[in-house]
Design a protein around this ligand. Structure first.
Ligand SMILES: *[C@@H]1O[C@H](CO)[C@@H](O)[C@H](O)[C@H]1NC(C)=O
Ligand SMILES: *[C@@H]1O[C@H](CO)[C@@H](O)[C@H](O)[C@H]1NC(C)=O
Ligand SMILES: *[C@@H]1O[C@H](CO)[C@@H](O)[C@H](O)[C@H]1NC(C)=O
Length: 452
């Protein structure tokens, strides 16, 4: 509600005061905006409706004077902006209804409204800050008020600028705006063309390491893949170190990548032990945000003294009934055992569902089958050798296959015997055996007929 309409409301209230229990008029407009050279239709009605009403139309502040020649029984068309209201009246002297609520109608002016997006990226990622702005072309020094229309779930307030500090998918949609002249006759720009805001998930890069298992002297190739490679990215490369006191890692940037590499791959030479890597990707047009991949491991079965893993019993294959323990040794007092399985899709530590950690030993929960790589991580930031361990179901061939064989045998028997019997009966239908067949097939339903 603008300052301008406040005194009007007061006059309206006084003027429209009606005796208790009189009906109230209702004003409807087919549009709030009058297109250039056009008009809008206003309809007044009285509720509860009854016959004989004529309608008195009012505009602006000349409250007591109805619009000339607008005493009518039907709708009227108006081509001027303003605040309109109406009331019904009948009989002589006229009994008036209560006035309708006022409706503001705007006349469309030629100025164009334009929505701009800052920064003007076509694709915006979750969490980024953006500003939508409504600009009026050739607006001069007129003061404007603004209105927004959007298909997203968040509607900007009536300002010319709307900032979102951290966009989410719910902000995606079309945005339009219009401007209305303040302090003048009710005139408005038309709706702007829509601008489309598309918010995408963070472009988390995906790291691959090759090979996964180290062989002496071989180098490791890291590859950082982004969804939209053509957008222009730089990459940074990190090695991880187990963090002593929490479940995370600390990172150290690999040599030569501190200012980012143009290449989406990086070769690590002379990697001898198990290690974890991750990569970061930065879009060149958004220098302030780096998106990080998950951690990928390379494993080595070579034992080194500062961190080693021993499996007991010492073999790779175990059964669901076995008790299997993994012990960490080396120059640290603090250990965790981790595993990676393609089924889990991410690494996890022994204190989760698959194991119980006691001191530096992890007892694997062998209730279910699994196939995973296990290793130790020390409080002093080291990885141990890694071990492939398979847990298989204990097989009991007799107890599991016996019922199946029995059922298969029975089914085959029945399927074979019935056609043979039918064939036999058909052939023998004239002889003595007919009675046998008759008995076979009809006995149950026809017991009495057969009794003699
Ligand atoms: C309306 O008019 C009728 C007579 O025409 C009168 O009896 C009645 O009191 C009037 N009502 C009001 C609210 O003025
Ligand atoms: C974004 O704005 C810059 C200048 O502010 C302009 O050079 C560039 O072409 C615009 N890009 C798009 C996609 O509109
Ligand atoms: C562990 O298993 C993977 C795949 O199953 C295999 O490629 C790798 O060579 C194994 N490593 C060792 C040390 O046996």
């Amino acid at each position: 509600m603008s300052v301008r309409t406040a005194p009007l409301l007061i006059t309206l209230t006084l003027f429209c005061l009606a005796v208790a229990n009189t009906p109230k008029a209702e004003l409807r407009a087919d549009d709030r905006d009058i297109p250039a050279g056009g008009s809008v239709t206003l309809t007044c009605s009285v509720n509860p409706s009854s016959s004989g009403w004529k309608y008195f139309w009012y505009r602006g502040e000349k409250t007591s004077e109805p619009l000339t020649s607008q005493l009518s029984a039907g709708p009227i068309r108006v081509s001027e902006g303003g605040v309109y209201w109406c009331r019904g009246g009948r009989r002589e002297p006229v009994n008036y209804t209560e006035c309708s609520d006022s409706v503001t109608i705007y006349r469309i002016i030629p100025n164009k409204a334009v929505v701009t997006l800052q920064p003007n990226w076509t694709e915006v990622y979750n969490g980024e800050r953006i500003t939508l702005r409504c600009e009026i072309k050739d607006g001069g020094d007129t003061e404007w008020e603004y209105e927004w229309r959007t298909t997203s779930s968040e509607k900007p307030s009536n300002q010319n600028e709307h900032s979102i500090t951290s966009v989410t998918e719910s902000h995606s949609g079309d945005y339009r705006c219009k401007g209305r002249k303040k302090h003048t006759q009710h005139s408005s720009t038309d709706w702007s063309d829509p601008i489309k805001l598309t918010v995408s998930y963070n472009p988390q890069p995906v790291l691959t390491v090759s090979p996964s298992w180290l062989s002496a002297g071989a180098s490791v190739t890291l590859n950082c893949r982004v969804k939209d490679p053509s957008a222009g990215w730089t990459f940074s490369w990190f090695k991880t170190f187990p963090h002593p006191s929490n479940m995370y890692y600390s990172y150290e940037q690999l040599p030569g990548s501190s200012s980012g590499t143009e290449q989406d791959s990086y070769i690590v030479h002379g990697q001898a032990h198990t290690a974890g890597f991750l990569c970061g990707a930065q879009r060149k047009d958004r220098q302030y945000t780096t998106y990080y991949s998950g951690i990928k491991y390379v494993w080595s079965s070579d034992i080194h003294s500062s961190a080693s893993l021993t499996v007991s019993p010492d073999r790779a294959q175990h059964f669901t009934s076995d008790s299997v323990s993994l012990s960490c040794e080396g120059n640290s007092a603090e250990w965790r055992v981790k595993r990676f399985s393609t089924e889990d899709s991410d690494s996890s530590a022994c204190y989760t569902w698959w194991g119980t950690m006691t001191g530096s030993t992890c007892n694997i929960n062998t209730d279910s089958t699994s196939d995973a790589v296990y290793w130790c991580e020390s409080g002093s930031g080291e990885f141990s050798n890694a071990f492939n361990i398979t847990v298989q179901a204990v097989s009991r061939p007799d107890s599991s296959s016996f019922p199946v064989l029995l059922v298969v045998g029975l089914v085959c028997g029945i399927v074979l015997v019935i056609p043979l019997l039918v064939l036999f009966c058909y052939r023998a239908s004239k002889g003595e055996t007919f009675l046998f067949c008759y008995y076979m097939f009809f006995n149950y339903s026809n017991k009495h007929t057969y009794s003699d």
